[in-house]
Write a protein that binds this ligand. Structure first.
Ligand SMILES: NC(=O)c1ccc[n+]([C@@H]2O[C@H](COP(=O)([O-])OP(=O)(O)OC[C@H]3O[C@@H](n4cnc5c(N)ncnc54)[C@H](OP(=O)(O)O)[C@@H]3O)[C@@H](O)[C@H]2O)c1
Length: 349
């Protein structure tokens, strides 16, 4: 553990270096990790903990997409791949990686199986923070912890395979044994995290729902489209509008922000660009601030949660999401994007 000064605020950060693989294996030698759900996170976390030499079983409903995926990844029915109920019975640490809607729907049937002495693990603060809406109210006699990777399950897996690691948040909801935090840190490392930041279930879910609806996805989709449409409405060609909106951003400017920060990126641009960006940034900040405030309130008062539970609880949730995303894919901006990408020098080699 080390104390790190983040822009004037000192926070505790836990590191992988304190938990070499041999220590992890010793720590969890009497445990069976039951990974429930084999979607994006289930896949990444199950394979990484298995590769780290821990005892892992996977629990998913038979016949679904996940069951097939788990079999393809080498989980063997009856040995390491079970029904959700059977996996929970076999596990000492129940890693609930069902979709958030399924965590709520299945709670009445799985909660009696999560008995005293087991540990309940989540990768999102959703189910417990919004328990009035989700109905997820666990018993008082189990440790309850969170490890929330700050990346998709696919990156949890790919970074682990590259010998790198995703960063994750950790939190404790309930500590019966006095070991809950230690377990969260160890599991965080076991699933492939490099650094672990401390938070609470509530702060994790508020920031996560806010961020993905905001700049990570929702705001980005909306602002890209707005800029593209204004360029098109003013007579710019599709390729020019796309290049000035998405291609230059993702291919040259955003990677510089990621590697070196905003000032570095701006200094790599012309003085004309720098002057304009400095003038317009406060205008965008002021204009979007009320939207972000409205969004935070919608997260905090549970509106976003209720929408997600209703929509993703439908039997047709996969097809319904896919249909709406296909409509995005069919917008002119993203059809143009496909052509522009095909013309990148490396695509034509
Ligand atoms: N994805 C991310 O980037 C990410 C990042 C950080 C944290 N998290 C959190 O990690 C957890 C898992 O998320 P995820 O994205 O990995 O989930 P996901 O990809 O949506 O996976 C959903 C899993 O839930 C199962 N499921 C859905 N509805 C079900 C039902 N009615 N009955 C039984 N099983 C059902 C699916 O099985 P079928 O195939 O059989 O439908 C699948 O195995 C969530 O708490 C999420 O918030 C996710």
């Amino acid at each position: 553990m080390k104390k790190v000064n983040f822009g004037g605020t000192v926070e505790s950060v836990y590191e992988r270096g304190d938990w070499p693989v041999a220590k992890l294996q010793e720590y969890f030698k009497r445990d069976t990790l039951a990974i429930i759900g084999y979607g994006s996170q289930g896949h990444g976390q199950a394979l990484n903990t298995r590769d780290n030499g821990l005892n892992v079983v996977v629990g998913v409903r038979e016949g679904g997409v996940s069951w097939k995926q788990a079999r393809d990844d080498g989980w063997i029915p009856g040995e390491t791949l079970f029904s959700i109920e059977e996996a929970i019975n076999r596990g000492t640490i129940i890693m609930n990686l069902l979709s958030d809607a399924a965590q709520s729907q299945l709670w009445p049937q799985i909660s009696p199986l999560i008995t005293k002495g087991k540990t309940l693990y989540f990768s999102h603060g959703f189910s417990l923070t919004y328990s009035e809406d989700t109905g997820v109210v666990p018993s008082k006699d189990i440790d309850i912890i969170l490890v929330a990777p700050k990346g998709t399950g696919r990156s949890v897996r790919s970074l682990f395979k590259e010998g790198r690691g995703v960063n994750s948040s950790i939190a404790v909801w309930q500590d019966v044994t006095g070991k809950a935090k230690e377990k969260a840190i160890a599991l965080g490392v076991a699933i492939g995290s490099g650094y672990l930041y401390e938070t609470t279930f509530q702060k994790e879910v508020y920031s996560d729902l806010f961020g993905e609806r905001g700049i990570l996805m929702g705001a980005l989709m909306g602002i890209f489209l707005a800029q593209y449409k204004v360029l098109r409405a003013n007579g710019h060609s599709p390729s020019e509008a796309f290049n000035e909106t998405v291609e230059e951003a993702t291919q040259t400017l955003y990677p510089l922000i990621g590697e070196h920060g905003m000032e570095y990126m701006a200094n790599a641009c012309s003085t004309t660009a720098r002057r304009g960006a400095l003038d317009w940034a406060p205008i965008f900040e002021e204009t979007t601030m009320p939207v972000f405030e409205k969004l935070y309130e919608s997260v905090k008062n549970g509106t976003e949660t209720r929408k997600a539970l209703e929509f993703n609880g439908r039997p047709t949730y996969r097809q319904d999401l896919a249909k709406e995303l296909r409509e995005v894919d069919e917008q002119e901006i993203w059809r143009v994007g496909k052509v522009v990408r095909s013309l990148r020098p490396e695509s034509r080699r």
